[in-house]
Design a protein around this ligand. Structure first.
Ligand code: PHE
Length: 478
């Protein structure tokens, strides 16, 4: 029953919650790294095209699937496919994936919280030292931080959809935006900031190649929280009055705006303290950026604003990242929780305890796989790597591989099983101008053709790259 499952209080409550899910580490770390390494504004333009023409239609479909069935992904696929066993199983994948990704995301969130706490206690100088990160990821205090983060998540999720998820997003998202704007203003006043700005904003199209195109699509997908059953689940808490098109537009704009602002913060910050840095020296990954590179950048600010000032800037940054991450984490955990509530007749608290204790156990293994627990640190490798950690297994299988696969499935399911009539009727409830609009024509023409083909290509090339060490994109596009 919709009433028992909970509902967002209004369209804006829903938009805040969905934006809370979308805005996360993908925006604050992965996007600036992607832009920095891949041609600045050229990457941004590509990213915007993918958000508008590929991700936006998928987002609307996910909202529609959720709202029309009032159900988590398993129930949703089951209902719309009229109890087809295969589709129901695929729905299961859209519940298992966020569950597993929540483990990987939890580990990163725990690190962010740890960095925030250490900075507040005056340890920025230590965090900026060369070995800090590797020492930090294998320090036992992480288990205390995990308990803290899980405690906060429990409190939020136990409040339910309206008083937990929605309320938290309504408080944290504006705070995050304010902190980000303050940091951007501060950074832009620094000497040399303009070097970072022009590096970010002047497009370099020569950097765009097949790998960059595929990377930009994956990035947009992850950043908008697509392909995880999350938007299906959040859509299921919506009233019929809500305009799905409008909501999707606002969520996509908010998500993109925060990513863009994060670039305005991070690249000028890096350039003002390392004016001669070449793009190749920038960190290779978002994890490297946040945890290894930025502490050094913050530390070097102390020559201008003192150690206290530098620690303050760093603390605000880590707190902002933590806020972004926790609202995303909550959305990941909501999917399996909704499944237990809907399909296993459990109450919310029971399902929360079950889901979160499983996440706790698996996350111990994931945290231990950075050296503290041997048996999960060196698992058999694949795709050219001799060994892989349990953490790598989760990222490779669920984040890199299954996520685009579910995106593909959502398109195919919508186009060929639910069919466009169902989709159009659902969208038109709450949007009287949808039928006959350009958007309807665009969705009907592409959701069963170009969009899934594009996503399928990303999926196949990722599988070949990760598991077989074959770079098909390099082979095709050079
Ligand atoms: N969209 C979030 C980010 O950008 C990550 C995320 C993906 C969260 C999928 C929930 C679900 O970091």
């Amino acid at each position: 029953m919709a009433a028992d499952r909970g509902q967002f209080s209004s369209k804006f409550g829903f938009i805040f919650a969905a934006a809370g899910s979308a805005v996360g580490l993908g925006n604050l770390a992965a996007f600036p790294v992607g832009a920095a390494k891949n041609g600045g504004a050229a990457f941004l333009i590509l990213y915007l095209i993918f958000v508008a023409f590929i991700c936006f239609p998928i987002m609307i479909s996910e909202f529609g699937i959720g709202r029309s069935t009032n159900s988590n992904p398993i129930g949703a696929f089951k209902k719309l496919s009229k109890n087809n066993a295969l589709w129901t199983k695929i729905g299961g994948l859209a519940v298992l994936t966020p569950f597993m990704i929540s483990v990987f995301y939890l580990v990163l969130t725990v690190w962010v919280l740890g960095y925030f706490i250490l900075t507040v206690f005056g340890d920025l100088e230590y965090l900026a030292s060369v070995n800090a990160f590797s020492e930090f990821v294998s320090s036992p205090e992480l288990f205390v931080y995990v308990a803290l983060v899980l405690g906060v998540m429990f409190l939020i999720l136990n409040g339910g959809v309206k008083d937990g998820i929605e309320k938290t997003a309504k408080i944290l998202m504006p705070m995050l935006a304010v902190m980000l704007v303050l940091l951007v203003i501060f950074v832009l006043t620094l000497d040399n900031a303009s070097a970072g700005l022009s590096f970010y904003l002047v497009p370099d199209f020569s950097k765009i190649n097949g790998a960059v195109v595929s990377g930009a699509l994956s990035q947009a997908f992850f950043s908008l929280s697509l392909g995880m059953g999350i938007l299906i689940t959040y859509g299921s808490y919506l009233s019929d009055k809500t305009d799905l098109v409008d909501s999707a537009k606002l969520v996509a704009i908010a998500d993109t705006a925060i990513a863009f602002f994060a670039g305005l913060l991070i690249l000028p910050a890096i350039f003002s303290f390392n004016p001669n840095i070449s793009p190749d020296e920038l960190s290779t990954s978002s994890v490297g950026l946040i945890f290894m590179f930025l502490p050094q950048v913050f530390m070097s600010m102390s020559s201008v604003i003192g150690y206290f000032g530098a620690s303050l800037v760093a603390a605000i940054f880590f707190l902002a990242v933590f806020f972004a991450a926790i609202t995303s984490l909550v959305s990941l955990v909501e999917v399996p929780v909704a499944h237990m509530v809907d399909d296993k007749s459990m109450d919310r608290k029971q399902s929360l305890i079950k889901v979160m204790s499983s996440i706790f156990v698996i996350s111990i293994l994931a945290i231990g796989s950075f050296g503290m627990l041997d048996f999960v640190t060196t698992l058999p490798g694949y795709g050219g790597a001799e060994t892989k950690s349990f953490f790598d297994y989760i990222i490779d299988m669920f984040y890199e591989t299954i996520l685009p696969f579910i995106g593909f499935i959502v398109c195919i399911f919508t186009a060929y099983r639910w069919k466009f009539k169902g989709l159009s009727d659902e969208i038109a409830t709450g949007n009287s101008t949808y039928k006959g609009s350009f958007l309807e024509k665009y969705m009907n023409a592409t959701l069963g053709t170009i969009i899934p083909l594009f996503v399928l290509f990303v999926f196949i090339s990722t599988v070949l790259r990760i598991y077989f060490n074959i770079d098909i994109i390099q082979m095709m596009f050079g």
